[in-house]
Design a protein. Structure first.
Length: 529
């Protein structure tokens, strides 16, 4: 600093004035180019904007807006890695720019760096909660990550802010289909009403109607999807399935034939056509289509089973036996294939094999019933656990595990119940580890395992489980809050602050997260000093 002051004193005042004038002129020229680039980008003219952006950066290398704009141009032209470098520069020059953080997250998502992308979008939303594109794209990243609950929450937020955002309603409908079919139909119907000429919305709504089932609405809506996009084989295929469900077999065969003309190698459409022909009484034509289906997809148990059924009808018992065995090889738990195989053995006079196949079918049916009963027990145990009735919950969960040993949620609840009861930590750990083995993306299981490890003083291992929980489900705020606490205790104040801020993004009124953020920021400030 002293040397710089001495050198500055040696420069004549006129020269210093000249330098200041030149710097001012360069900044003015840079601003002119930057403004021109912004105008061109708003028009979508990337090619014309590029030289202005580059000149603005040459004249003023610390122009954050121009670095951000150059990143946008590069990303739009496919140079995503180069774009990311300029977005990083923009963020470094202006950390308060929500747009720059949003663009950085977008580039990182395209580069497959999911965790970085989530952090970028979260920071953008922290800086500007009304930045709807960041909220919408974060929902997409969470969906890919497997955090469906978080994605649903974000999409609902987006729709509340922008009720006419049809694409958000469409994606929300897709996510809700397996969780809340009625809400899925409502969301998809609104998306279709907002964009009646969008074949994707019509197709998704038609499929949702068929699954309800509301076959009249399904056929009508899928018919609209076909009219909107006649070249889409999926639309014809799903229309064929709905028509077959409605008993309109000749119309179904036509729709499925249209799907196959557009995509001849489509095994599932070939199988569906075979089923429709079999139901309409044309066994020979059904066998012909089903033979093609199993050639196209040799591992399709449903096609092999249906071909076996048709071949039995035609008296081709040996060939039927072969396909039924193939169906069971592909899916050993396909009950109907075991039953049909028993019929085939009876036809051949092989009574012992027939009895074994029939017993296997009954055993599988009993196993299926046990799984259903175990699910009911697990749901009841969850209610007991919520009310604090740990003993009853434990009894039901142990019984459920014995009946259905491969249900991740049951093992998770068992681990929680054992921990709450003060039982053997090793038993709780074994249950939670089994839950994680069955479902590695179960954030709740990782979180419960972390709490158990903390009880045992294994803080380093607990921290890793908390990181995993936060990674697989960024919207799971209990894990992120506890992770922030653990990081702060371990001296990671900056990372702790990031997770505390993220909790506040999901739960703005969380007082614990606010206190933790303040503590992390103080610790970070003290560390800098």
């Amino acid at each position: 600093m002293l040397v710089a002051m001495v050198l500055a004193a040696l420069v004549p005042p006129a020269a210093l004035a000249q330098q200041r004038t030149e710097r001012g002129e360069r900044r003015t020229a840079a601003e002119t180019h930057r403004n021109r680039a912004v105008e061109l980008l708003k028009r979508g003219d990337l090619r014309a904007a590029l030289p202005h952006v580059e000149e603005a950066i040459r004249l003023d290398p610390n122009d954050a807006v121009s670095h951000d704009n150059l990143g946008v141009i590069l990303a739009e032209t496919g140079r995503v890695a180069d774009a990311e470098a300029h977005f990083r520069k923009a963020v470094a020059l202006n950390p308060a720019s929500a747009e720059a953080h949003y663009h950085l997250g977008l580039a990182q998502d395209r580069l497959g760096r999911t965790s970085d992308a989530i952090a970028g979008f979260e920071e953008a939303l922290r800086l500007d909660a009304d930045l709807t594109p960041a909220r919408y794209l974060l929902s997409g990243v969470l969906r890919k990550q497997g955090d469906t609950e978080g994605a649903i929450r974000l999409l609902r937020d987006v729709i509340e802010r922008e009720p006419t955002f049809a694409e958000a309603r469409y994606n929300l409908g897709l996510l809700l289909q397996s969780r809340d079919p009625a809400a899925a139909i409502t969301s998809l119907r609104t998306a279709h009403e907002l964009q009646p000429n969008d074949p994707s919305a019509a197709l998704a709504l038609g499929i949702a109607y068929a699954e309800k089932p509301d076959l009249k609405a399904a056929v009508e809506t899928l018919g609209a999807a076909v009219r909107l996009d006649p070249a889409n084989p999926d639309a014809h295929y799903n229309l064929g399935l709905a028509l077959a469900q409605a008993g309109r077999l000749s119309d179904a065969a036509k729709a499925l034939g249209d799907a196959l003309r557009l995509r001849p190698d489509e095994a599932r459409a070939r199988r569906a056509l075979g089923v429709a022909l079999q139901r309409s009484g044309d066994a020979k034509a059904a066998a012909r289509e089903l033979r093609v289906a199993v050639e196209r997809d040799p591992d399709d148990p449903e096609a092999h089973n249906m071909l076996g059924v048709v071949l039995l009808t035609l008296g081709a018992v040996d060939e039927a036996l072969m396909h039924l065995q193939r169906a069971i090889e592909a899916n050993p738990k396909l009950i109907k294939a075991h039953r049909t195989l028993a019929q085939a053995y009876y036809r051949l006079g092989k009574r012992d094999q027939a009895m074994r196949s029939a017993r296997q079918a009954e055993a599988l049916r009993d196993e299926e019933a046990r799984v259903g009963r175990a699910m009911i027990l697990t749901q009841s145990a969850a209610q007991h656990l919520e009310r604090g009735d740990v003993d009853n919950a434990l009894g039901q969960l142990r019984k459920a595990v014995s009946m259905s040993p491969n249900a991740a949620d049951t093992h998770l609840l068992l681990g929680r119940a054992i921990r709450k009861s003060g039982g053997d930590p090793q038993d709780a750990a074994a249950a939670l580890q089994r839950a994680i083995e069955l479902d590695p993306s179960n954030a709740q299981a990782h979180y419960e395992a972390a709490l158990l490890l903390e009880d045992q003083g294994q803080d380093a291992q607990a921290l890793e489980e908390l990181r995993l929980a936060a990674s697989v489900a960024p919207s799971f705020t209990p894990a992120r809050l506890r992770l922030a606490e653990a990081l702060l205790d371990a001296g990671g104040s900056r990372e702790a602050a990031r997770h505390a801020r993220a909790v506040l993004l999901w739960a703005p009124d969380d007082a614990a997260a606010r206190r933790l953020l303040d503590a992390a920021l103080r610790a970070d400030s003290d560390a800098v000093r």
